[in-house]
Write a protein that binds this ligand. Structure first.
Ligand code: ARG
Length: 574
């Protein structure tokens, strides 16, 4: 189904072309004063050496707008204001309502998109940065999948490298079923910190840890066994959190750094063969074009350290090569915090120079800002250490449960527990996704877990309330209308908002700016509220009642689909 913008574009573009003597994008957008406005005349004025109002008038003189536009007029310095014909909206809404996909087509050219997200580190608790990556990555997976792409989920677990020397050595000391409980790993953070403390204070432990790294890398069976225990235990712990979060990540999506271990030496050898490798202070490095330090000196990407170890960058290079060559991915998305921007920019450039990332294949760093506490500093627990994700999710659900108990005391216990989970987790996710991804945002329980304002619970409630209209009226909304006629201004406003869904989803599939989808849903809910206050639905009669019911239904379906695309639960009653 075509978007309103596309329909208007097709009518106006030929007229602009006729006036300008060249192709011109009419530059359409939603308007405060009419339904839409086209701004292109202003930019053309200079080129044509004519006043913009005159150009706009000429365009309107030759544009064929019948059947779609009711009134078109030049306004201000040379905008074209367009008011759609009521008759044009009805059939478009009918088509949207009959379509299971609500008018959103599958992409014409599906791609293999790989989403690298979550990626916590073994034997460490996930922190709020991993929460952002998990929530944003999940939304990317859902949107791209729904648009018809082939989506590969990649959980690039931090399961390799020098810290494993001390972790394994500590496990060996404690014994696999040591005093601290099963595998001594009950509390991963405590286990990590205990290992760290020994490493920092005990010289012989440090020495043992170093030889442990060598044993791990050379594949010593006993060492590998203990490493596996650590990884398995961590994966179990992460899967519990994923389940609670309701994200699509599964057991099969873990492909940690260790997976690429055997590819690291060949990757560096190939860089050497390609003539890209240099030696700097004993390390093997690549100088990607365009990267310089403060003093203008070229910046190295270290692919092999002076001690012979490979690191994070080499692993990411091997992963790119694997993902494009073996998995056939053409769009690689890295949902990782913005502090790693330079790392990814350099890795992508080296991969391009090495020929592992050639068009149509490309990579994007889907970066995000930090979560801040009320003091504007990095979000921390009251004790001052990093916030544990498990505790955070539990608190979200508990707070939501209190709110639900107050608002809907009549729900049976089972429903109310399920709703509390949807609302608590949904509130967290919405607070994250409704903010511009690249900005920091302040974590605020009271603001996010509320039925008022721009929140997840508000949108969930807006949808549930519409479903309750149908329940109350004992009606099944019509899904087969040829047209949904609209006439009253609040109906029209709602209609135009609904018809904007297609464009928003398509745009978000490209930009991965999920706050645009969140903002759209919030606007839709607001416009719906205005409609519902002014236009009686169940009390209306005949065809008016029918089309208003259909508008309610479309709104509920768009809200439901939109929330689902963001990974937010949609309780039917609450
Ligand atoms: N484990 C890393 C961290 O916690 C994130 C990994 C992101 N993915 C990647 N391919 N480098 O910072």
């Amino acid at each position: 189904m075509a978007t309103l913008e596309a329909l208007l574009h097709d009518r106006l573009a030929p007229a602009f072309e006729a006036v300008a003597g060249a192709r011109v994008d009419p530059s359409l957008r939603r308007s405060q004063h009419a339904d839409f406005q086209a701004d292109a005349a202003l930019a053309l004025a200079k080129r044509l050496g004519r006043p913009p109002r005159e150009i706009a008038a000429d365009v309107l003189g030759s544009a064929r707008l019948d059947g779609l536009v009711a009134t078109a007029e030049v306004s201000g310095p040379g905008f074209i204001n367009l008011t759609l014909a009521d008759d044009a909206l009805g059939p478009l809404l009918g088509a949207m309502s009959r379509d299971e996909r609500l008018g959103v087509p599958r992409v014409e050219a599906p791609e293999t998109v790989l989403v690298d997200y979550s990626a916590p580190n073994v034997a460490k608790e996930m922190h709020v940065g991993h929460l952002r990556s998990t929530v944003i990555g999940d939304a990317a997976v859902r949107v791209l999948d729904w648009l018809g792409h082939r989506v590969l989920r990649a959980n690039h677990l931090g399961d390799w490298g020098t810290p494993f020397g001390m972790l394994i050595e500590h496990l060996a000391d404690e014994g696999e079923s040591g005093a601290a409980g099963e595998l001594s790993l009950g509390d991963l953070n405590a286990f990590y910190q205990a290992a760290r403390a020994k490493f920092d204070t005990d010289e012989t432990f440090r020495e043992r840890s170093r030889s442990r790294v060598v044993a791990l890398q050379s594949g010593d069976p006993g060492t590998r066994h203990m490493w596996r225990l650590l990884v398995d235990e961590s994966e179990r712990h992460f899967l519990v959190l994923y389940d609670l979060l309701g994200v699509r990540l599964t057991d099969g999506d873990f492909r940690g750094e260790s997976f690429y271990n055997d590819m690291l030496a060949p990757v560096v050898a190939e860089l050497d063969r390609l003539g890209l490798l240099r030696v700097s202070e004993g390390a093997q490095v690549v100088y990607p074009a365009g990267f310089t330090g403060r003093g203008g000196e070229p910046l190295p990407l270290i692919v092999r350290k002076s001690d012979g170890g490979f690191g994070y960058p080499a692993t990411d290079l091997a992963a790119i090569r694997f993902r494009t060559a073996e998995l056939g991915a053409t769009r690689l998305l890295y949902v990782v915090g913005l502090p790693q921007s330079q790392h990814f920019a350099m890795v992508f450039e080296v991969a391009r120079e090495a020929g592992w990332l050639t068009p149509p294949a490309r990579a994007e760093h889907v970066g995000f800002g930090s979560i801040l506490g009320p003091d504007g500093k990095l979000f921390r627990s009251r004790a001052g250490d990093t916030v544990k994700l498990g505790a955070l999710l539990d608190e979200a659900i508990a707070r939501a449960a209190a709110l639900i108990a107050e608002k809907s005391p009549d729900l049976d216990p089972e429903t109310s527990a399920a709703v509390a989970r949807d609302v608590g987790i949904g509130a967290l996710k919405y607070a994250d996704l409704s903010n511009d991804r690249t900005r920091d945002y302040v974590f605020d329980w009271d603001r996010m877990i509320s039925f008022e304002g721009d929140t997840g619970p508000y949108l969930q409630y807006a949808r549930a309330r519409i479903l309750s209209i149908f329940r109350r009226g004992g009606v099944t909304p019509p899904h087969d209308l040829a047209a949904i006629p609209v006439t009253a201004p609040p109906e029209r406003a709602l209609a135009i908002e609904l018809l904007g869904f297609t464009g928003v989803v398509a745009e978000v599939g490209e930009s991965l700016e999920f706050h645009r989808l969140a903002g759209y849903l919030f606007r839709l809910a607001t416009v719906f509220t205005a409609f519902y206050e002014r236009c009686p639905v169940l009390r209306a009669e005949g065809s008016v009642r029918e089309s208003r019911l259909a508008l309610c239904d479309l709104t509920a379906r768009v809200l439901g689909r939109g929330l689902t695309l963001l990974g937010i639960g949609t309780p039917d009653r609450m």
